[in-house]
Ligand binder design. Structure first.
Ligand SMILES: Cc1cc2nc3c(=O)[nH]c(=O)nc-3n(C[C@H](O)[C@H](O)[C@H](O)COP(=O)(O)OP(=O)(O)OC[C@H]3O[C@@H](n4cnc5c(N)ncnc54)[C@H](O)[C@@H]3O)c2cc1C
Length: 382
């Protein structure tokens, strides 16, 4: 067993940390207030290669493994969770395209993702179907050689500014997941109307409702097999859930670091705050929980890279990481007192943003359902 990152992974983390310290973190409070990730920042992230983490080198990407992708997202999330979502989506969608598409599709789509020219939204959730995603109703109706997409998706992160979507639609009469096909498509404004949703956190994330009014998609835009989109997409979630857990843990960990620093520098009752066990011990406990959740997340990514089953640790990480992160970010904010509550420090923003990781890509309920089915067998599980 080896708990150390390789020299390349350490170097990668250092490079991303420099970008975060010099570029992302100083801008984050401002664009959170503006409610929009600046296009120039996305361009700078593209120049660093962040949208090509999971794109093979032959298509212009960094061709990282899952652990390497976790290293990058973890570092970025120390600066801002919301700016991670376009990167996370690019990694998730590139992985799904790479695993399920033919060479022509890959050559057409993967380079534009790697260059950051295609910013991709994952369009699964509907008003009536969240956790019960397999019941989704957005229709793909036959039209010539292709289809037309009609219906509504909602709560789509970065949906307000994404150029493309991985859209899950019902193509057949088969029940639930078997009738669902995935399409990779530009979000042509002539057929797709977007409404950005006001949100507690991720205020610059453009979480949106997208109404599809007969968007034409060709046969060549089907990802994988017709009727297989749900199953193929869900395989991607087996590792994106671990990545989101790492994002949450990293953001909360940054708040815990801020709280420890405050404990060193703030004086109360004639001594430093850290000398009160009632202040320092809770922080130590939260640091411990975050450490545990981080290890489970990396175990899932490592197992993915090794070609081993990783569904259980990925789903464990997805409920535990965000849960531990919300508690830790909350405690850290309280430790800074009124300084923590102020928007001129990142603690309040981080707390709002980590709460969102408890919902996006599956709630704790959804992930525990997956784990219970693995442990108990379908016939004995909820
Ligand atoms: C920040 C954020 C980002 C998101 N990003 C995207 C995105 O990019 N693309 C996208 O498609 N969607 C996205 N979503 C939507 C997200 O995937 C859904 O919110 C989530 O799947 C839950 O669905 P729901 O909100 O409809 O809740 P529901 O499914 O209605 O669930 C409500 C509550 O009941 C619980 N519950 C439901 N069924 C069960 C069950 N069988 N057993 C136990 N508990 C259950 C849930 O855990 C939850 O607490 C995002 C949401 C948020 C908040």
């Amino acid at each position: 067993m080896d708990f150390l990152f390789s020299a390349e992974q350490e170097a990668l983390a250092g490079k991303v940390r420099a970008f975060v310290d010099g570029r992302l973190a100083p801008a984050a409070a401002g664009f959170d207030l503006d409610g929009r990730i600046p296009p120039e920042l996305l361009a700078d992230m593209a120049a660093e290669g962040y949208f090509g983490l999971r794109v093979p080198a032959e298509y212009g990407g960094l061709d990282l493994d899952a652990v390497g992708t976790g290293v990058v997202l973890e570092e970025l999330a120390r600066g801002d969770i919301t700016a991670c979502y376009p990167v996370l989506n690019a990694a998730l969608v590139a992985g799904v395209l790479n695993a399920n598409c033919d060479d022509t599709q890959k050559a057409a789509w993967l380079p534009e993702i790697a260059r950051g020219e295609a910013i991709v939204a994952v369009c699964m959730t509907e008003r009536g179907h969240g956790t019960d995603a397999a019941g989704l109703e957005l229709k793909a109706e036959p039209d010539g050689d292709g289809w037309r997409l009609t219906g509504e998706k909602t709560s789509i992160m970065i949906g307000g500014f994404a150029t493309h979507g991985l859209v899950f639609a019902r193509t057949g009469p088969e029940p639930r997941s078997r009738g669902v096909t995935a399409f990779y498509t530009p979000l042509d404004e002539r057929y797709v109307t977007r409404t950005t949703l006001p949100s507690l956190g991720n205020r610059s994330g453009g979480r949106s409702t997208l109404v599809f009014d007969g968007l034409p998609v060709g046969a060549g835009q089907v990802v994988g097999g017709t009727g297989l989109g749900f199953v193929q997409g869900m395989r991607g979630f087996d590792y994106s859930r671990a990545l989101i857990a790492l994002m949450a843990v990293a953001a909360a960990g940054a708040s815990i670091e801020d709280a420890f620093e405050h404990c060193r520098t703030r004086e109360a009752f004639g001594q430093s705050l850290g000398r009160f066990q009632g202040v320092s011990f809770p922080l130590v406990e939260h640091a411990t929980y975050l450490h545990g959740a981080r290890l489970v997340a990396y175990e899932a990514l490592w197992r993915n890279d090794a070609g081993l089953p990783h569904r259980v640790p990925a789903n464990m990480a997805k409920w535990w990481g965000p849960r531990a992160s919300v508690d830790a970010a909350h405690q850290a904010l309280l430790t800074l007192g009124h300084f923590g509550w102020s928007e001129d420090r990142p603690l309040a923003r981080r707390l709002r943003d980590v709460i969102g990781t408890q919902l996006g890509d599956g709630t704790a309920g959804a992930t525990k359902l997956v784990i219970a089915r693995e442990f108990l067998g379908r016939e004995h599980a909820p």
